[in-house]
Write a protein that binds this ligand. Structure first.
Ligand code: ZN
Length: 251
């Protein structure tokens, strides 16, 4: 799909100068599939953070607690294709293993990928969500307020201090996150769409959406590598709600 002169940025509505892939192409390197593309201005085509975010997700995948089961061949392939780049982004993403004692006295090892503040992974996830919402209607919705969107990954922790990890705080936060995530999982989720005609490998990426008939907000749940969820919640507009319902085959 070629860019038209009248195309506007999926996020801010400025005249579009390029196309943004949702999710970025580098996530699917080595896997033949089509891509979802949306018009973008220069500012909201966020290629500079793609490597750090994708490597951060992959590093999270390669953790002792997740790798008690063998990795899926697709995950192994994605890791082996990108591992050579890890060195470049290591200073931006650091996995940290923690032993935590649960109330029932069992000990569990959790690994927290720690993302440096200059890599704005929550904002990266909001932009991905905005691109998919644009794709549902193929038009810019000026009433959507992305500045107010909430973005949350249960297993990622932003830095509080420069250069230092506060491990006990992170362990406490990780434990607190568990019931919150369980609560979110109880909502009704509708499987999102994918690229066509060749879809994204669901082993690498898929998303679900929650559109409650009684609440105005809409939640996207992105799932990376079958294991790592990220939630983005935003206030729906009549246009976004209508188009998403149509695209998801609801109503
Ligand atoms: Zn823009």
């Amino acid at each position: 799909m070629a860019l038209k002169k009248t195309d506007r940025c999926y996020y801010c509505g400025a005249p579009a100068t390029s196309e943004e892939h949702a999710p970025p192409q580098s996530m699917f390197a080595g896997f033949p599939c089509n891509k979802i593309k949306v018009p973008s201005c220069k500012l909201h085509n966020i290629k500079k953070d793609d490597d750090a975010v994708i490597n951060g997700l992959l590093i999270a995948l390669k953790q002792p607690d997740l790798s008690v089961r063998p990795l899926h061949p697709d995950h192994q392939k994605a890791l082996s294709l990108r591992e050579k780049y890890f060195r470049l982004t290591r200073h931006q993403t650091t996995p940290t293993s923690l032993q935590i004692k649960r109330r029932n006295r069992t000990t569990e090892t959790i690994t927290i990928p720690y993302v440096q503040r200059k890599v704005n992974i929550p904002q990266w996830m909001i932009l991905l969500t905005a691109a998919l919402v644009y794709d549902a209607s193929r038009q810019f919705d000026a009433d959507l307020d992305w500045l107010d969107a909430r973005s949350w990954g249960p297993t990622f922790f932003p830095s509080r201090t420069v250069g230092g990890l506060n491990i006990p705080d992170m362990a406490r936060a990780a434990l607190k996150n568990m019931p919150h995530e369980q609560h979110l999982n109880l909502l009704t989720w509708h499987r999102g769409w994918t690229a066509s005609p060749i879809p994204y490998p669901a082993t690498l990426y898929y998303f679900d959406a929650n559109l409650s008939p009684t609440r105005p907000n809409i939640i996207f749940r992105h799932t990376f590598y079958d294991a790592i969820p990220w939630y983005v919640e935003f206030m729906g507009t009549p246009l976004a709600r209508r188009e998403l319902e149509a695209k998801l085959g609801l109503g």
